[in-house]
Design a protein around this ligand. Structure first.
Ligand SMILES: Cc1cc2nc3c(=O)[nH]c(=O)nc-3n(C[C@H](O)[C@H](O)[C@H](O)COP(=O)(O)O)c2cc1C
Length: 398
């Protein structure tokens, strides 16, 4: 989604400024045309010539000493997106207050394009109430903040405040630009493993990490979809992903069924409990009382509930099997899905918690397409390609 897009990269004066050179390169590798504006402080950390060599164009540092008589307004109008990385605490404060006394803040103030801001600073600076308030203010302007990560900081310190990985920042820039094949498409995704309470401290659960569902959500958002991720797992940060956290199958059903009414595509990647304790104990089961008998009752069928809707979204189910996939093929027919992703969770490199997956696509007519072992991120991309083909065949545009 960055091919041919015009990105202004604002670099400010933190140690992470050297990483902005890598970000510029990654944006260009993805097809973007990049122009750089830098604060005076930024030039103390990385030289303008580095950016000139990478982008093929001299960065603007001094607003009054550029070839263009008004570089900030030229860049502001030219940009499809503006990204400030790294953004210092000082720059956050300037932007939050509408100041425009350097080339970066002036460009941000002069643009109507989407703005992505990736702060980087010591933990104390990041957590200072002034910075917290400034970030909130910037979010209220509609700017997208790529929050810093935890890790090694300048001066041998460690903590929260390290500039986000340049690829994450490039993803965020791509995400704020409209124009992907799923632009405007409402997508529902479920992820993670539900937890059914036994008592106040214990639950019946499963090993699902939510990684597959998260990868599918990220891939859909990258393609322009508006994603609602109903998850019993950790979730992801993305400007076009709304997270609805849930614990139990019943909560997941309530949330998913409500969203499914307006969704065009629903991908049900969560590992949902089929049964739950009929009654969860209010307190805590005690060893001294001996082994309990726990009566189970069925949970709501989240996937089945959506399959019965009319009209219903294009429906993708997941089936985690242990061994042969015959039951998955039967499930595809029984559940009335448009596509079922089956995997043998006992196979090496497949299933819960792994970074890779080996899945078999099952279609409603019982035909199967085994895919090779690949990263979950790639399974997600290929799944969206396959969904697009099937929807096109059905006469839907994306
Ligand atoms: C060695 C050194 C490293 C610094 N690193 C950071 C940093 O990572 N983040 C930050 O917000 N400020 C950092 N500062 C402070 C900023 O450089 C300072 O606030 C400066 O005025 C920021 O200007 P700018 O926002 O116009 O680029 C650092 C200062 C020094 C001397």
């Amino acid at each position: 989604m960055l091919a041919g897009r015009r990105v202004v990269l604002g670099v400010t004066g933190g140690v992470a400024a050297y990483k902005a050179a890598y970000l510029a390169r990654r944006l260009i590798e993805r097809g973007a045309v990049v122009r750089v504006v830098m604060t005076e402080s930024a030039t103390k950390f990385v030289g303008p010539h580095t950016f000139a060599a990478i982008t093929g164009s001299r960065p603007v540092v001094d607003l009054f000493d550029a070839e263009d008589v008004s570089p900030h307004t030229t860049f502001g109008r030219w940009a499809d997106a503006v990204v400030v990385a790294p953004a210092t605490a000082a720059t956050l404060a300037r932007l939050a207050n509408g100041l425009s006394d350097d080339s970066v803040s002036a460009t941000v103030l002069a643009t109507a394009a989407p703005v992505v801001i990736a702060p980087a600073m010591h933990t104390e600076m990041w957590q200072h109430p002034a910075t917290v308030a400034n970030v909130e203010r910037l979010e209220s302007f509609g700017y997208h903040i790529v929050s810093p990560e935890a890790g090694a900081l300048a001066g041998g310190d460690t903590g929260l405040g390290r500039l986000a990985d340049p690829d994450r920042i490039a993803d965020a820039v791509a995400a704020v630009l409209p124009g992907g094949p799923l632009t405007g498409v409402e997508v529902l995704i479920t992820a993670g493993g539900t937890r059914e309470p036994i008592d106040r401290v214990r639950y019946l659960g499963n090993h699902s990490s939510g990684k597959m569902g998260n990868a599918i959500a990220a891939a859909a958002a990258r393609r322009g979809a508006n994603v609602t991720l109903v998850t019993a797992g950790p979730g992801i940060e993305h400007p076009r992903v709304t997270i609805i956290p849930v614990d139990t199958a019943a909560e997941m059903a309530d949330a998913a069924w409500a969203i499914a009414k307006k969704a065009e595509v629903a991908v049900m990647a969560a590992a949902v409990a089929d049964f739950r304790p009929a009654e969860a104990l209010d307190g805590k089961l005690r060893r001294a009382d001996g082994p309990p008998t726990i009566d189970l009752e069925p949970t709501p069928d989240v996937l089945g509930g959506i399959a019965e809707m009319s009209p219903r979204p294009f429906l993708v189910g997941f089936a985690a099997e242990t061994g042969a996939l015959d039951e998955a093929i039967a499930k595809a027919r029984r559940k009335g899905v448009d596509l079922l992703v089956a995997n043998d969770v006992t196979a090496p490199g497949s299933g819960f918690g792994t970074e890779t997956n080996q899945v078999t696509i099952v279609l409603p007519d019982g035909s199967t397409e085994p895919w090779s072992l690949m990263p979950k991120t790639e399974v997600a991309e290929r799944l969206w390609d396959r969904i697009a083909e099937l929807r096109k065949r059905e006469g839907t545009s994306t």
